[in-house]
Design a protein around this ligand. Structure first.
Ligand SMILES: N[C@@H](CCC[C@H](N)C(=O)O)C(=O)O
Length: 281
């Protein structure tokens, strides 16, 4: 059996998107890892399964899988891509996407960009989660030059580290060590960020289960929230520059985080039996 997919990306954060609304696609972790192989498979930062929603308030359910086969609770860039894809078939310009972390409201704009309400930033230590009670504005866990992080859960765990120059940090060296630090029982996405203006921040990311990526939407939300919590920017709106481009982040007074940015479709393809290990789906 073969599986049709679309390759999409948000700021170079790339996704294999499979529409499983009419036919279940029960991929094993081994198959996910094989599809994610950038030489022998397709390659992706996340594999996205669009499934029927369990919640009647939602238009679709979105499952998020990392290239190491693990499942994630949030993916901001993929949420924009999926909203734009599913939204093409609707007359309205607003839709609701269900994830394992909750319902996300999305708005499609005339210029092709999409805004997602990523839900409330969760800031208590149990919500991140971290291993022991602490002030999530000053984390005790460190690795090399990365210390004094700010933890934010955006449906997935993030640890943001403000540094003088985000370009200078060897993320390949320190990212994996902090991702798997015992202080983060569910592992964590690791961000480095430097303030570049009164309401702008440059960030780079080591994604849990994926490694360095060009962009991370939930990471940009976490960086925006962390910068506001630390008083490093003015107001509640932050322009976040990632390797792949710019996201507009707003942390509303009610705690919800809005993220706006572009989406793109690269190509359509078919996953064949060789790649899927000959397993029937
Ligand atoms: N690329 C994403 C985040 C994907 C999930 C992350 N790797 C995790 O395991 O939490 C985004 O745009 O938010």
């Amino acid at each position: 059996m073969t599986i049709q997919f679309l390759k999409m990306h948000g700021l170079g954060n790339d996704f294999v998107v499979i529409d499983a609304r009419n036919r279940p696609v029960p991929l094993t972790a081994t198959q996910v890892v094989a599809i994610g192989d950038r030489r022998r498979g397709v390659g992706f930062d996340q594999l996205i399964l669009i499934e029927p929603p369990q919640d009647t308030a939602a238009d679709i359910f979105m499952r998020i899988l990392n290239p190491d086969g693990s499942e994630a609770g949030a993916c901001g860039n993929a949420t924009r891509c999926v909203a734009s894809l599913v939204g093409r078939g609707l007359v309205r310009d607003e839709l609701v996407i269900q994830t394992i972390s909750g319902l996300l409201r999305c708005w499609l704009h005339a210029d092709g960009t999409v805004t997602v309400d990523m839900g409330p930033a969760r800031l208590d230590w149990q919500q991140i989660p971290v291993a022991e009670a602490c002030d999530t504005l000053h984390l005790p866990a460190s690795a090399g030059p990365l210390s004094d992080g700010v933890a934010v859960n955006m449906g997935n765990p993030h640890a943001v580290h403000f540094v003088p120059d985000a370009e200078d940090v060897d993320l390949t060296r320190w990212g994996p060590e902090l991702e798997r630090h015992p202080f983060f029982p569910d592992r964590a996405n690791i961000e480095v960020a430097s303030v570049t203006g009164p309401s702008s921040v440059r960030m780079r990311v080591w994604e849990r289960g994926a490694g360095i990526t060009d962009a991370c939407g939930s990471g940009a939300c976490a960086v925006g929230v962390a910068a506001i919590r630390r008083g490093l920017v003015t107001g509640r709106r932050v322009c976040v520059t990632l390797d792949g481009g710019v996201l507009d982040i707003e942390w509303r007074e009610d705690g919800h985080v809005l993220m706006t940015g572009p989406v793109a479709t690269s190509f359509a393809g078919t996953l064949g039996a060789d790649l899927l290990g000959g397993e029937a789906l």
